[in-house]
Each structure stands twice: as C-alpha cells, then as structure tokens.
Ligand binder design. Sequence first.
Ligand SMILES: Nc1ncnc2c1ncn2[C@@H]1O[C@H](COP(=O)(O)OP(=O)(O)OP(=O)(O)O)[C@@H](O)[C@H]1O
Length: 264
Amino acid sequence: MRRILSNNEKNINQSHDQPALEVRNVSKAFGGVNAINEVSLVVDSGRSGVMIGPNGAGKTTLFNLITGEALLDDGEIYIFGENVTKAPVQRRSELGLARTYQISNLFHELTVEENLYLGLKGKERDTKRLFSFVIPWFKNQERIYKVQDVAESVGLEQKLDTIVSNLSHGEQRQLELGMALAPDPKIVLFDEPMAGLSPSERSFMKKLIGRLASQKIILAIEHDMDFALSLTNHVTVMHQGAVLAQGTPEDIKQNEDVLTIYKL
Ligand SMILES: Nc1ncnc2c1ncn2[C@@H]1O[C@H](COP(=O)(O)OP(=O)(O)OP(=O)(O)O)[C@@H](O)[C@H]1O
C-alpha cells in the first residue's frame, strides 16, 4: 500500500507545541435549551480522545460547533493555535479538520470511487454535488492513486465501481470514513462510527479506527463504552451540555458521577 498518511504523521509531529484542538468556555443554546454550557476541551497534538455521554448530552452539537456547521453563542475554538471561532467550515478543513456524521452523508447514486473523489475535493455537500459532474476532468494519476489508497485503507478496494446504494450498511460506514480521510486531515471527528453495525461489522470498524488512532488525531463520540475506553487514554464525559468528567479510562470507570448517570 502506498503511504498516504506520511504527510500527516509529519504534520502531527511538527505541531507538538500547539494543541491540535482547543475548545474554550463554549456555549450554545437552541431557544431555551442550553445544549452546550461553558465547555472546555483540549486535544493535544499526537494523541486522540473519546467523548461519551448519554443521549442529549450535547456531543454532536459540540462537534457541529468545532467544525463550524453551527455557530456558537460564547467562547472560542482553536485549531493548531489558530482562532477559528468565526472561521467558515472550509477554513477549518484547510487546517486539517474532518468529520463523519451519524446520518449518512454519502451520494447514494454514485459509485464508491466517485464518492471518494468528492471526499478528496473536501468541499461542503452542496458544492460536492455540483462537482460530481466534472469528476472525469478532475482525475489525474496522483488522484487515482490517492483514491485507491483511501479505498484500501477502509477495506473497499474491491468495491470502487459499486454504486453506494448497493453497499451493505457496514460498507457505507467504511466509505464515510474514507470520505473523511480523503483530504488527508490531521484531526478526524467520528460521530458514533459504530452505530447500527452488525457484530462482525463492528469488529471490522473497531480495527479500522484503532489503526487510525495511531496515525491521526481522533476525537470520537462513542456509545460502546468498552470500545470507547479501549481506544485512548483521554476520555471526556458529557452530561446535560457540560463536561462531567475527564481522565483516563481507569479514572472514568471509578468516577462516582459517571457511575450515577450510567446507573452502573
Ligand atoms: N438544531 C437543534 N434545535 C433545537 N435543539 C437542538 C438542536 N440540536 C440539538 N438540540 C438539543 O440540544 C441538546 C443536545 O443535543 P445533541 O444532539 O448535541 O446531544 P448528543 O449528546 O449528541 O445526543 P445523542 O447521543 O443522542 O446523539 C438536546 O437537548 C437536543 O434536543
């Protein structure tokens, strides 16, 4: 396999002095609901984190604020030291941020290969749809290799010509991962990557994400507690829009507040 991740590994090492991601006292309300209330979070360069918490804790909203898909009411967000609080989605992805979604973000009528070209382009969804018409002109040898590498890295190298709607649910989730990885991001936010997968698909996805965690800076929202706590040493627990606890998996397993909300 060609080494698509080498630039990224280099970048991670180069940026050790700055946190990869910093969320400072961020708040966001929807009408009367305080979805996020003065949340602070640091993801250092060269390491990954995982975020757990019950339904409605504010995890996806926090992801939307980090990517710029939703605007915060208060606080600041930094990516590799750059203040991106008011920056558009595109600037944040130029700095190396990518994400996956709970709800499928794929183009179901296009092939795996075409979707990956759109991922490579790294634009917002509406722009991508327009861009799909010019894929034949966008292709060059370097991009063809790149798409093949990404497909291989998510286990879809045999499915490049398959129309997405003919993929299994697990393969679609793998492709979503590939879409996020295509622009060679430095930080990847995973929103419940295991949701809806069968046991065998889960085990494949766990291996994929486990491998990625050693190559990229990952922040994952995950409900599978065992997997979440095995992924990284840095765990954040959210509850009712706030950070309830932060620490190692051992700290979290023994934290009384966490045990209470999970009724363990
Ligand atoms: N666009 C929106 N409009 C109104 N309320 C919203 C919106 N998005 C989120 N909320 C509310 O904000 C709170 C946090 O929701 P969020 O989806 O971020 O939680 P979550 O921790 O990701 O939950 P889950 O694990 O179920 O995905 C919830 O009370 C939710 O109803």
